[in-house]
Design a protein around this ligand. Sequence first.
Ligand SMILES: Nc1ncnc2c1ncn2[C@@H]1O[C@H](COP(=O)(O)OP(=O)(O)O)[C@@H](O)[C@H]1O
Ligand SMILES: C[C@@](O)(CCOP(=O)(O)O)CC(=O)O
Ligand SMILES: [Mg+2]
Length: 397
Amino acid sequence: MSVPFITSAPGKVILFGEHSAVYDKRAIAASINSLRTYLYVTESHHNSSITLDFPDIQFHHTWDHSILSTIPTPTDHSTIDSIISTHIHKVIKASNIHNPLHQNATFCFLYLYKCIIPTKTNLQFKLISTSPIGAGLGSSAAVSVVLSHAMLYLNNTAPITKDIINKYAFLGEKCIHGDPSGIDNLVSTHGGAISYQKNGETRFLTLSNDNDLLLTYTRVPRSTKILVQNVRILYETLPDIIKPILDAMDRIAVKADSILSTHNHNSTILAQLINLNQALLESLSVSHESIEKIKLLSNQLKIGPTKLTGAGGGGCTFTLIQDKSQLPQFKTVLNDQYGFETIETQLGGPGCLIVPHDKLTSEHIEKLNSLFQKIGLLREKIDDVLLPGPNQYLSWE
Ligand SMILES: Nc1ncnc2c1ncn2[C@@H]1O[C@H](COP(=O)(O)OP(=O)(O)O)[C@@H](O)[C@H]1O
Ligand SMILES: C[C@@](O)(CCOP(=O)(O)O)CC(=O)O
Ligand SMILES: [Mg+2]
């Protein structure tokens, strides 16, 4: 068997079009080159079993394969089958898994497992992330991508393409989100910057180098699935009012696409589009007082426009940095007065990557075994061993 090996996928920022993307409107998102999710797959110590070790959400579980074989194998890999879903929920209940984060992750894992590698056993899946979870940075998509990539590698029956990884990652997002647009898994699979419309054209964009953003993590937990459901209720209750709002969000993303597709990015108009998109998201009740605090402060200090990213309700914002003179004060107030975490990052990093079994040396394996044993590691410590880039320790491909 081709273990151990490791896969990884980036987090993402939705620059324009979250929520409206679910209604087939255009959206623009980009990967984050410094925040990634990693999946280390090794042989399991428990015979004929599957073990999940997800320390970021304090979840660890082992199933004997006889339990998993009670779940039927899906035939259609493009949608969630209700009968199979019922069987998986029965296994989750019988396994006494009650925490919603654990249930989401388990359902996603088991559905993809039954689709891609239903007969494989004696495997352990260890997953860690440097990206905040449930924060609007696409952690659910990154989990879906690393699991899909790993299982397709274990299946080893067909060439692995980014398109097939994305297809299964979209299925994984459906397990966690319920009604995803597909933009999160697409950006986490391919990396870079993407202009996307669910039933329209997908275009890869080239971001200019001066895309300095400050990410601010409010530490306010929230569930994308619930936030997306709430917008759906609003849409079905007041369609004549909500449809024009979604149409306006679409036009903002289309305008931003036209600006980002040229080389002289008009930052004044981009700033206006960011502010307009944020205002429309507030009209859908997906903002939060923590987000408003960051937006007001960035305006007061004339840093640049601030907008929530992802489903909202807390989570993260991004601020397009147009004037750095007050940036130290901005970060100090956010960190010390509000207790938020600020992350300076670049957009447009690589998508999903793998270090296959034959590219891991015994030294690499020793280091990975030690790293994945530890919990609560600082982001820098994880990056030193795992982060892909010009000075990478592992041979990512
Ligand atoms: N590092 C991780 N370990 C285990 N599960 C994770 C991890 N990151 C994300 N998840 C799963 O994804 C879910 C969060 O998805 P979601 O609510 O869409 O937030 P996000 O905005 O981060 O995508 C969690 O409930 C959990 O099931
Ligand atoms: C709200 C939405 O537009 C983005 C969700 O992003 P996240 O899961 O909060 O990172 C949903 C979607 O596009 O699938
Ligand atoms: Mg998500």
